[in-house]
Design a protein around this ligand. Structure first.
Ligand code: GUN
Length: 292
């Protein structure tokens, strides 16, 4: 078997063009959705991610502003910036790029953020709503993974899904979202992590395998079963400069039914879902001005 490649770039382009239509509808009512991206320090990867998000905003007609803060910014000063963005009616979505430097209490920053502007879905209110299955913003990468599967006609409902990696940005929220009752969910989910005894015993049971461990070579061909659908989330840079995921792409794609490439799989979907969440925030602000 040779796996079909799940083209995240093409699917993200579809999502972005749908977002563009919603932006035009808002423009007819005189509203331009706005995203504020907060970048602290000079982590090169964070710079690249934020630049990609701002470029996508510009292409979709979403206004974006970037706050560049030094790596030595104080907790107090950063909280002040968040409060300013909360109060700014032209800002519908706030994104604080992670990781933050060690002097910053990430929880306090997220707690300070208006949940109605939490387009990254990472504040305690959003996480609580997600766990309870209530409406609210969901984190962009899990949202993007679900969208990728749905738009590729790959079944989630009733599937045996194995997620590798329990991070707060991807693995944990995805496992929660996929196991909930409802459309494009309702799967049986196993969440594997560094404490898992026999990873292969779990991954071999998967009909859908999502790998977000951040370690190249985490999943090899002998760890999957013929016909599996594989979503490789991580982007790792090797010493020779190449970008690879966590999955041995060449080996696993000979066994899998479908697989995402790295790059060009999940990454573009994260950006597309951030735009979608930002436009949703703007639409909600029109429907219920002043509330969030
Ligand atoms: N750093 C890596 N991924 C993300 C993300 O999805 N959101 C934020 N805020 N920071 C990140």
């Amino acid at each position: 078997m040779t796996a079909r490649i799940i083209d995240g770039k093409a699917i993200a382009a579809d999502v972005r063009s749908e977002v563009g239509e919603r932006v035009r509808a808002l423009a007819d009512g005189g509203v331009t959705p706005g995203l504020a991206a907060v970048l602290v320090g000079d982590d090169p990867a964070s710079r690249i991610y934020v630049a990609a998000k701002q470029k996508a905003c510009a292409e979709a007609g979403v206004a974006s502003v970037r706050l560049d803060l030094g790596a030595d910014v104080s907790q107090h000063a950063l909280l002040g910036e968040i409060e300013g963005l909360n109060a700014d009616a032209s800002v519908h979505g706030i994104l604080v790029q992670l990781p933050l430097p060690p002097q910053i209490d990430v929880l306090a920053i997220h707690e300070a953020m208006d949940p109605g502007k939490d387009v990254d879905g990472l504040t305690p209110v959003s996480v609580g709503r997600m766990v309870r299955g209530e409406s609210g913003f969901r984190p962009c990468t899990p949202l993007g993974i679900i969208e990728l599967l749905v738009r590729s006609n790959l079944t989630i409902e009733h599937a045996e899904v194995v997620v590798v990696g329990r991070g707060a940005l991807v693995g944990t929220p995805l496992a929660i979202m996929l196991s909930q009752k409802g459309p494009n969910a309702n799967a049986t989910v196993t969440l594997c992590h560094t404490g898992t005894r026999d990873l292969g015993a779990h991954t071999r049971r998967a009909e859908v395998l999502v790998v977000a461990a951040g370690r190249p070579g985490t999943v090899t061909a002998d760890m999957v079963t013929e016909g599996v659908v594989v979503v490789d989330v991580a982007v790792n840079r090797l010493e020779d400069g190449r970008l690879v995921g966590d999955v041995d792409f060449d080996g696993v794609s000979r066994v899998a039914r479908a697989i995402t490439p790295v790059p060009g799989g999940v990454g573009p979907m994260t950006v597309a879902m951030l735009l979608a969440n930002t436009v949703t925030a703007a639409e909600r602000s029109v429907a219920a001005p002043g509330s969030s």
